[in-house]
Design a protein around this ligand. Structure first.
Ligand code: MSP
Length: 471
């Protein structure tokens, strides 16, 4: 059995889940389900990032202690993922004492190695990003991604990690696609160019005035920098989750472009320093835009996973996310566009085909002894590469659209019920439908299972439409 370990970022707990978090988590679920179907031994890890100044401030605003605050929000993520039928194996929280222990051990190891030193640091810090900003990241004197008041001047004596020491090795490893595969290619080149052309400094890995964090093992007055703590989750889970203790290194980390640097440079340097193997692949996707704009609370255009499930059903929501997944480029979505796509692809096309054919074939046993052949080139590879839209398009063109054409051209309903020609036409079309359901199962697990059941043995149409039309 092949081991397959897949991760999503652990999401900041100061926010509730939205469609951005949803797309990475659904992508991981689709890939994990495909690997389980292939009988791999899968470990799918997701969770929440709970320490740091940002969380402490949100908790104070809510009148709660940071821990109470985290305990009230973490279940919102778990519930959202359950609603979307996301079958993760473990939900990690960075406030879990078992994770905290691994973080301390990890830090101690790189400290003992001589990769940590104390120094004074001064600079602009963005509380929204939880990082010090470089000159080039300042726009009008503040972080471009967050409101101006989130950028503060900090002077601190901190512990520093010798990131710069590892840059030549990281460059070498990123250049060698076999050991450290960052994709898509554009992102790999972007990182390489930054590593080669910019002056990469060491980073501070502890905080003096942030109480809400893991105490630094050799200097408990300081707490571990939240990003250092968070990145270690991918490894820490493999140190304490039952039956998953031999899953490191990860086969694939999924994340978006906002946190590319942390994952492809800082995380890699931390692992090299701790003498641990590197993840095999890191996939970086783009962003969702909502009706052409950045998603933001102040614009009021945030789409929640709950809203998606209420409007489109679980599998409808999963399909739409996969179909619109922001791979190499940002993807412009919105409830209106989703409705159009849902009606066109699922209600009027695939759902309608299943309903028409199963009604015409009701009571027959068409597929007994028949082999449903799946002849889609490299479908699995496309899913593994998060090219969901391409994978789905192929299922439509080679199976669903051709079944519709056959049905409309050969008009089996005009033939007598016992005409063998009618049976032959319906058999061929049913084979296409079942093949499509088998392929689309990781994307729409429940509905595809229902479709397989409709066509298994005596054909029995579903009483209710699989994808009711939405007005
Ligand atoms: N806590 C850190 C990650 C630590 S991982 C060791 C963090 N959290 S986050 O809540 O801000 O989540 C960032 C991730 O959410 C992105 O990398 C991406 O996976 C997802 N998305 C957030 N907004 C998004 C869009 N608008 N579009 C697509 N995905 C986006 O960063």
């Amino acid at each position: 059995m092949n081991k397959f370990f897949i991760t999503t970022p652990i999401y900041y707990i100061n926010d509730v889940p939205h469609i951005g978090h949803t797309c990475t988590t659904i992508a991981a679920d689709i890939i994990a389900r495909l690997h389980r179907q292939k009988q791999d031994d899968v470990f799918f890890l997701t969770g929440t990032d709970e320490h740091g100044q940002k969380v402490a401030e949100s908790a104070a605003k809510a009148g709660l202690t940071p821990k109470e605050f985290c305990d009230s929000i973490a279940p919102r993520f778990e519930e959202a993922w359950k609603k979307l039928n996301i079958d993760y194996d473990f939900f990690i929280r960075t406030t879990d004492p078992r994770h905290e222990k691994v973080v301390k051990d990890f830090l101690q190891k790189i400290y003992d190695k001589g990769d940590v030193y104390k120094a004074k640091y001064e600079g602009w810090y963005c509380i929204g990003c939880e990082k010090f900003l470089t000159e080039s990241e300042l726009v009008d004197g503040h972080c471009a991604l967050h409101p101006p008041e989130k950028t503060v001047w900090k002077t601190e004596e901190n512990w520093f990690f010798k990131l710069s020491k590892y840059i030549p090795q990281i460059i070498k490893q990123i250049e060698d696609k076999e050991t450290n595969y960052i994709f898509p290619e554009g992102k790999r080149l972007e990182i390489l160019s930054k590593l080669k052309n910019e002056d990469i400094r060491d980073i501070s890995i502890s905080r003096e005035n942030v109480e809400w964090g893991i105490p630094t093992p050799w200097d408990p007055k300081q707490t571990v920098y939240v990003w250092f703590d968070a990145l270690i989750n991918y490894y820490s889970a493999t140190q304490f989750v039952e039956n998953k203790t031999d899953f490191w290194p990860a086969n694939i980390h999924l994340l978006a472009k906002d946190i590319l640097w942390f994952h492809t440079v800082i995380w890699q340097a931390m692992l090299i320093s701790a003498e641990l193997p590197l993840p095999k692949k890191t996939f970086i996707h783009s962003f969702y835009l909502i009706d052409g704009q950045k998603m933001s609370k102040s614009l009021g255009n945030v789409i929640s996973p709950e809203q998606l499930v209420e409007t489109f059903g679980v599998d409808g929501a999963r399909y739409l996310i996969a179909r619109s997944f922001p791979g190499e480029n940002d993807s412009d979505v919105g409830i209106g566009k989703f409705k159009e796509k849902y009606n066109a692809d699922l209600a009027n096309n695939f759902g309608n085909l299943v309903s028409r054919v199963s009604k015409l074939a009701e009571g027959l046993n068409l597929l007994e002894g028949e082999v449903v052949e799946i002849d889609i080139n490299k479908f699995d590879e496309k899913i593994d590469a998060c090219r969901f839209d391409e994978a789905i398009s192929e299922v439509f063109t080679s199976l669903i659209d051709s079944a519709n054409t056959k049905l409309n051209q050969e008009t089996p309903w005009k033939l007598e019920k016992d005409d063998p020609k009618r049976k032959e036409i319906l058999t061929n079309i049913s084979k296409n439908i079942v093949a499509a359901a088998i392929l689309l199962k990781p994307i729409m697990p429940d509905t595809c299972k229902k479709i397989e059941e409709i066509f298994k043995g005596i054909i029995k149409p579903s009483e209710r439409p699989l994808f009711p039309r939405i007005s």
